[in-house]
Design a protein around this ligand. Structure first.
Ligand code: ATP
Length: 231
């Protein structure tokens, strides 16, 4: 069954299109965020109530069982640039759905995994990216509790991250030469956020103001050292 809120084609034809399968908390958040950013999003769920709840938040909301290859074909799933599989509990359905999407030739398949073993199988059946929202958010919260000065971070490789560090009193009024962050901590300042503005090519003479956020890249231990020593 197809439901639409009549707001199709919100972006130009060249924009990426997304389908999200499974409107649990995670899938729903992915779908709504993409739609709010102006992208066309098709939401798919086997549960009719979930579809009704999401009609106004997405471009199309469709009731379908994603383990039914024929149903996915009929929806033209392979025409979407990215398909997100956000079925968590039913691991078998998540794996089978990913396999079907791969066989149908979907360009990019992103799947939410319950645990490491589930993730391994997903990569084996052809997922391009596997995400572990609970694990990653748990790790972020734990890191933030230990290092409150690190507002957010993205792990790039096992030991390297990009982190957002709030400017401390010690930094305010100084420029990057005076702070000498690279030599002291082996950390590079990639950008400086000042309210809504972002300076993506900070020069050595740029001064840090109260309320600024430094976007830095480095080894996790160096980032932590920097957060502690600049308090
Ligand atoms: P979250 O933690 O994100 O809330 P979850 O990991 O608990 O979700 P589930 O509740 O198992 O995940 O599933 C999310 C949604 O996926 C549900 O709305 C469910 O109806 C839907 N779903 C489950 N199996 C299928 C399927 N085969 N086809 C389509 N939708 C499905």
């Amino acid at each position: 069954m197809w439901e639409t809120n009549g707001k199709r084609g919100r972006k130009n034809m060249a924009a990426k299109t997304f389908a999200v399968i499974g409107m649990g908390r995670f899938g729903s958040s992915v779908a709504k965020t993409l739609y709010e950013m102006g992208y066309d999003v098709m939401a798919i769920d086997s549960n009719e109530e979930r579809i009704q709840e999401h009609i106004q938040y997405v471009t199309y909301a469709v009731q379908a069982d994603s383990t039914d290859e024929h149903a996915l074909k009929e929806l033209g799933i392979r025409n979407f640039d990215v398909v997100v599989v956000a079925i968590g509990e039913d691991i078998q359905a998540s794996i089978l759905t990913s396999l079907i999407l791969k066989e149908l030739g979907v360009k990019q398949i992103v799947v939410k995994a319950q645990n490491e073993r589930h993730g391994k199988v997903l990569y084996k059946v052809g997922a391009d990216r596997v995400v572990f929202p609970e694990r990653d958010m748990g790790s972020r919260v734990a890191n933030n509790l230990v290092s409150p000065g690190i507002l957010d971070f993205i792990e790039l490789a096992e030991d390297y991250s990009v982190a957002e560090i709030a400017a401390t009193d010690r930094m305010v009024g100084k420029n990057l030469i005076e702070l000498n962050i690279r030599a002291k901590f082996g950390v590079n300042v990639m950008a400086i956020k000042s309210g809504p503005e972002i300076n993506i090519a900070p020069s050595a003479e740029d001064t840090i103001n109260d309320g600024d956020i430094l976007v830095v890249i480095g080894h996790n231990t160096d980032l932590k050292r920097m957060e502690e020593k600049t308090k």
